[in-house]
Write a new protein. Structure first.
Lengths: 442, 315
């Protein structure tokens, strides 16, 4: 009997030992979840809760909360950071259950509007907060003339980032029209370089193609009709033509093979670009900051360059129009206590988009959507940041990313059906009729 | 509760070779129904009440905020006429059958192999068990990176036979998902079979060996029949369990490419939390519950699990 026990002890020890060894291996490479969070010094009991999303500019959220807590120990703020996946669901459930944060991270647009309509978000009246922002930034969070969010990061138009070393290698110039883009595909294919990197599994990187092409071909009115839920709004010929162009690009081999299995969050799409395995990427300008973090030497060498999304010959839309995310926002929870509301509003006015905060964002080659940033940008002589400012200032229309601009139910259908367009599993006509059905459902 | 159930051999492993004298019938005594209360309260509170809530929600329109609005049968009509519902049910069925076909032989053989005592086998059992200790999300993230077609083992740097976009090709992604699920859950079923195989009296094997039966013959004539109920248990867990695969697939492929890996539970989640149509998602949830219930009832009925009898009569 004793030998049985001894064996069991040995077996258990083996399991525990190997498990511990694995855990030790893991801890070296796994980011600690708590890293981003900043606990208030006074304990979390009476602290105002702020929710943030991990991303290129999230270090500034942490720094701002740290500065606030240092200066206002009597009004502590606790910042809780989340990953992108599942955040929206968590926010919705928390708000619905009355457990939402005092200050919530959001994208503005239709999703925020559903919260506003349901009475979960308080308008921000303080001009000290709202007067700083550019009109295109404020538009995303303005409903019925009231402002429901304060921008906390950078203007993110979608641009074409490209690897200049690869372009020099094949002797090509970045595209200025859609046809030039199509013509570049065989040039890179011949050299064994993927023309365009695409993180298809994440689905949202596919949206700018449709957003831009529809805007270039038919103008902003096409999507305005879709947002307004006008019957058969998706049947506009610009939509079908844009989808056909996308499928032409897919069939020509424009995207990296295996684009369907690449998720943006893993950094693989960025890596394809900076390792020279792909020439271009159509992506939110945020990717520039991400690549600057992942491959500083590459950005330092000056080979990461950007051009606006190409024009479309014969299109009705203005080629200066932009698609993207004007910013991300912090919105005030309407059911927060008066004390917490006072704390977070003072925090927004004092620590968000002050000179230090703006400087940190500019350091990452990102441009905050505030008028007060202009001088600092000129001082820095950062070509990419200047390009983003110029594009934004020159844009007659800045379209919020489509998945944020329409309601979540339609957005889910949109991303799924567009994914199937990229996979050549569905035709433009089937896409249009499926999307028109979501309008009828309203 | 007045009928006496056939007695289960008490501690069969400990009484190996002791003969029938070592077994005794347990005496049945009337037991107070109150002893059921804790289990009933837990089951009612965490299973029945939410289930009723989901059924009720399936007749409403609700986006997760505010008050649900009564809608009648509209959600049910929409869900039952939507081809995506049937497609996801079909994909779920494929995963169900696939996981069973892959996992059962593997875990049966591993379990039987690991059953005899021995230092080497104990060590192997410990190693095999590790996969089960990891969270599904971690497993999914690891495989997602391993199978990355550009920078993972499935990329140019990895072995040639792996060179394929496993998660990006709609034709292979389901196979990849089934194999990864197997990697994660085979240890659990191996454990079941290992325990089952250890219950088989050694005297059966000795007798067979004296009669000249080889390893293969002993496996099919003694081990397999003796493990009959373990196979039923393990299969039920696998088949019904495949209705709950969500976290792993959500992290691994998010249901894509296209609809290729959109299992029914994932479809429910995406409908409820991404598309914020809680009513429609509740209708899918109800379908899921009904399918699961029918499946486990059907399995126990078909396999004679409810009439379970000792496999060691006369030993």
């Amino acid at each position: 009997m004793s030998s049985t026990i001894a064996r069991r002890v040995r077996a258990t020890a083996a399991v525990v030992g190997v498990a511990l060894a694995l855990a030790a291996c893991g801890s070296g490479t796994t980011p600690q979840l708590g890293d981003g969070g900043t606990a208030a010094p006074g304990g979390s009991g009476d602290a105002a809760i702020v929710w943030g999303l991990e991303g290129g500019q999230s270090e500034s959220y942490v720094a701002a909360v740290d500065r606030w807590n240092e200066e206002h120990p009597d009004q502590p703020i606790e910042l809780q950071m989340f990953g992108n996946q599942g955040y929206k669901d968590k926010l919705r459930i928390a708000l619905g259950a009355g457990q939402g944060p005092d200050l919530m991270f959001s994208w503005g647009g239709a999703a925020l509007k559903t919260y506003v309509d349901a009475g979960y978000v308080e308008p921000i009246d303080d001009p000290a907060i709202t007067d700083r922002y550019l009109p295109s930034v404020l538009d995303t969070v303005t409903f019925d003339g009231k402002v429901y969010g304060a921008a906390i990061n950078n203007i993110q138009p979608v641009v074409i980032l490209y690897n200049d070393a690869v372009f020099r290698q094949v002797g090509a110039e970045p595209p200025t029209t859609w046809d030039e883009l199509l013509d570049l595909v065989p040039v890179f294919e011949e050299e064994g370089i993927a023309p365009i990197a695409l993180a298809g599994q994440s689905k949202w990187p596919q949206l700018p193609y449709l957003g831009y092409l529809v805007d270039r071909i038919g103008g902003p009115e096409v999507f305005d009709a879709i947002v307004a839920n006008e019957p058969d709004a998706w049947s506009h010929p610009a939509v079908t033509q844009a989808l056909t162009e996308i499928q032409t690009l897919v069939e020509a081999g424009g995207f990296v093979d295996d684009h369907a299995s690449i998720a943006y969050e893993t950094g693989a799409a960025d890596a394809l670009l900076y390792t020279g395995r792909a020439a271009m990427m159509v992506v939110l300008s945020q990717a520039y900051s991400n690549i600057k973090t992942a491959a500083p030497d590459f950005v330092e060498s000056g080979d990461l360059k950007a051009v606006p999304f190409p024009a479309y010959d014969g299109g009705a839309g203005d080629p200066a129009n932009l698609v993207g995310n004007p910013s991300n926002f912090w919105s005030v929870n309407a059911s927060a206590t008066d004390e917490h509301k006072e704390t977070v509003l003072a925090f927004l006015a004092e620590q968000v988009m002050n000179e230090e905060y703006i400087g940190e964002i500019l350091d990452r080659s990102a441009v905050p959507g505030v008028t007060t940033a202009r001088d600092q940008i000129t001082e820095r002589d950062d070509t990419f940041a200047e390009m983003v400012v110029e594009l934004t200032e020159a844009a007659p229309h800045f379209q919020l990313s489509w998945d944020q601009a329409i309601n979540p139910s339609q957005a889910e259908q949109l991303t799924t059906h567009l994914d199937r367009v990229f996979l050549l599993q569905t035709t433009p006509e089937e896409f249009v009729s499926a999307m028109n059905a979501t309008l009828d459902a309203q | 509760m007045t009928t006496t159930l056939p007695a289960v051999p008490a501690g069969a492993a400990g009484t190996r070779g002791d003969g029938p004298g070592a077994r005794r019938r347990s005496e049945r005594q009337p037991v107070s129904a109150w002893l059921l209360a804790p289990a009933l309260i837990l089951f009612g509170g965490f299973a029945l009440v939410p289930l009723g809530g989901a059924v009720a929600l399936s007749f409403t329109s609700w986006n997760g905020l505010g008050t649900p609005a009564w809608l009648g049968l509209d959600n049910w009509g929409a869900v039952l006429t939507d081809h995506v519902t049937w497609l996801t049910l079909w994909i779920t069925l494929q995963v169900m059958v696939g996981t069973w076909l892959v996992q059962t032989p593997l875990s049966l053989l591993l379990g039987v192999y690991l059953a005899p005592r021995g230092r080497w086998r104990a060590w192997m059992a410990a190693v095999y068990f590790i996969a089960l200790l990891m969270s599904s999300s971690a497993v999914a993230l690891v495989f997602k990176n391993l199978l990355d077609p550009n920078f993972g083992l499935a990329g140019p740097a990895g072995p040639g036979f792996l060179r394929h976009s496993w998660l990006g090709d709609p034709n292979t992604v389901l196979i990849a998902v089934i194999l990864i699920i197997a990697w994660h859950f085979v240890p659990l079923h191996t454990l079941l079979y290992q325990a089952g195989a250890r219950q088989i009296p050694g005297s059966l094997y000795e007798a067979a060996q004296l009669d000249g039966a080889g390893t293969v013959r002993r496996f099919f004539s003694i081990t397999m029949p003796q493990l009959r109920y373990t196979i039923v248990t393990s299969s039920t867990l696998m088949l019904v369990g495949s209705l709950t695969y969500f976290d792993l697939v959500f992290v691994l492929t998010a249901g894509g490419p296209g609809y290729a890996t959109r299992l029914l539970p994932l479809h429910m989640y995406l409908t409820g939390f991404t598309a914020t149509e809680m009513g429609r998602a509740s209708a899918i949830a109800t379908i899921l519950a009904v399918v699961g219930l029918a499946l486990s009832l059907g399995l126990t009925r078909l396999s004679g699990f409810t009439r379970m009898q000792s496999q060691q009569e006369g030993l």
